[in-house]
Design a protein around this ligand. Structure first.
Ligand code: PLP
Length: 348
């Protein structure tokens, strides 16, 4: 079975981790600082704070803005439940928007009409590796938290995603663009926000008591993150090459290729096909030895029993994510294409 996702690890990754294990300094230390500095320099943001997950990064980003019970935070429906959890941790009210039919990202018009005097922030995921309409969203004047869990290395108008928001967050979960097992990072150019986040991340040896969190990353994870980051451009190139092959082959069997507006690039964290019956197609692909998934397990408005999210519903019923990652071999790519063709022909 070809797995839906798989990290791409090599000898350098193993050696970097072993080096930390042999040093005996396992917890947050110089490797974590190294990962923060390297990634901040790459993204073009002055402050980066490494944490234990993307969810922890979202939670601290919201707390640094002072978000609490009584506030509202906007987020799209077509995303995993991590941003919703982070909002709930703070006691604030999530306000869900629909998404754009072509890009899977926040529908800016729907977002605009959901802004109220209680709106304190908007979480903007760049879904599947394609940047959202950041400039339009910023024009509303609400604090923006870019959710770059799926978009490390993608660019909007020439600059990296993660450099636009008041804050931005990343995830380094095992299947993300770079993997540390679990892990994440918050970025901001606003030093007072990153100071608050650093204070929240670590509970010990503080002069004054406050509720704080143990959201630290270990040096073992960070060492892996640094060696993964050295390969980021290779990872992106591989993903783009595979996507080019998929565009060509999938178009031949009647699929719409992903829509990429001309002012942004797509790093293909996910390659999503739209079909009439996603579940049946996934079953057929499994029988052919290829694991596929819904790219979002369940839209947030469905968890919250809300209605009126027609585009999200339309996409959710049709979207299927096929395997795309740098460690796919040429044989595996051919097998995936053959399986898509076969499942598609049985499908119609
Ligand atoms: C868009 C998005 N935001 C946040 C997260 C949460 O990241 P983590 O799993 O590291 O907590 C994910 C993870 O899958 C994600 O896809």
């Amino acid at each position: 079975m070809i797995p839906h996702s798989r990290p791409t690890l090599d000898q350098t990754d193993y050696e970097n981790v072993l080096h930390v294990l042999r040093s005996g300094n396992l917890v947050q230390g110089e490797q974590v600082c190294g990962l923060e500095d390297t990634l901040s320099a790459l993204i073009g943001v002055s402050g980066g704070v490494a944490v234990s997950s993307g969810t922890a990064a979202l939670h601290l980003a919201l707390l640094s803005l002072g978000i609490q019970k009584g506030d509202e935070v906007i987020l799209p429906s077509f995303v995993c439940s991590a941003p919703l959890n982070a909002i709930r941790y703070t006691g604030a009210e999530p306000v869900i928007t629909d998404v754009d039919r072509h890009t899977f990202n926040i529908d800016v018009h729907d977002l605009k009409r959901r802004i109220t005097p209680k709106t304190k922030a908007v979480i903007v995921p760049h879904m599947f590796g394609l940047p959202a309409d950041v400039d339009d969203i910023k024009s509303f004047g609400i604090p923006v938290i870019e959710d770059c869990a799926q978009s490390l290395g993608s660019r909007y108008k020439g600059a990296y995603t993660g450099s636009f928001g008041d804050l931005s967050i990343f995830s380094f979960y095992a299947t993300k663009m770079i993997a540390t097992g679990e892990g994440g990072m918050v970025f901001s150019n606003n030093e007072s926000l990153t100071e608050i986040i650093r204070d929240f991340r670590d509970y010990d040896e503080k002069e004054h008591y406050n509720v704080r969190y143990n959201y630290k990353m270990t040096d073992i994870q960070a060492a892996l993150g640094i060696s993964q980051l050295n390969k980021l451009s290779f990872f992106i190139e591989k993903r783009k090459n595979i996507a080019d092959i998929y565009h060509h082959e999938c178009q031949n069997c009647g699929f719409e290729p992903p829509v990429v507006p001309s002012d942004r690039d797509h790093i293909y964290y996910r390659y999503v096909l739209l079909l009439d019956h996603a579940d049946q197609f996934i079953d057929k692909m499994t029988k052919e030895g290829v694991a596929c998934r819904r790219p979002v397990f369940k839209p947030l408005h469905r968890y919250l029993s809300l209605s009126g999210y027609d585009t999200t519903d339309w996409l959710w019923k049709r979207a299927v994510s096929i395997p795309i990652y740098p460690s796919l071999t040429d044989n595996e790519i051919s097998k995936i294409i053959e399986a898509v063709k076969l499942a598609r022909s049985k499908h119609v």
